[in-house]
Write a protein that binds this ligand. Sequence first.
Ligand code: MG
Ligand code: ZN
Length: 224
Amino acid sequence: MKIIKSKRSEIFDIELNKDLLARNRRLAKENRKRFDHSNILAIDIMGSIGSGKTSLIKSILKRLGLGKKVAVIAGDLTTTIDAERIEKEGARVIQVNTGKECHLDANLIRQAIERMKLGGVKVLFVENVGNLICPGEFPLGAHKRVVVISVTEGAYTLIKHPYIFREADVIVLNKIDLAKAMKVNSFQLEKDAKKINPNVPFIKTNALSGMGVSKIINVLGLRT
Ligand code: MG
Ligand code: ZN
């Protein structure tokens, strides 16, 4: 089979611009300082469209029961669907619409935290734009990065997208109740995860029923 491997320099993509990535990293460090200064634990939730990021955040919020001590920045291209779903759990929510941009960056997060009232907030979740590729390249300043995948994405999610999983502090395999129907071997996915990121916690969940969610809360140190 003939394989064409593209070199980075050959791809016309502003996201691969080195200056841009360096600038993003600088802003991410500033965001982190701000979080630390205010004693806020910030968590970036990444994953594909439909993997269950919003449902997982909702399920975590329900268990934490911290109300307005939790803030959520919901990233999405144009809609406010997820922000409205999360708001029902009592958290402070701000929507960031990125238009055509397929990831959040540290500058967007900086703007969001400047506009949000973060007084009294202990935990900040960021729901990244649904995408398994570039969000990994754009740290936001969060203390922990979680990647959510679901068995409905098939058996090869990890090996096809190794880069983002290297950035992960926690990998969540969601919709575990559907594994059999999807003919997906969750143990193989776990093995793939450990190959890419050997020490990463790999947590199986059903965000809708709440199964596995308390494990995520423990691993992220959210019990206060
Ligand atoms: Mg969502
Ligand atoms: Zn992107």
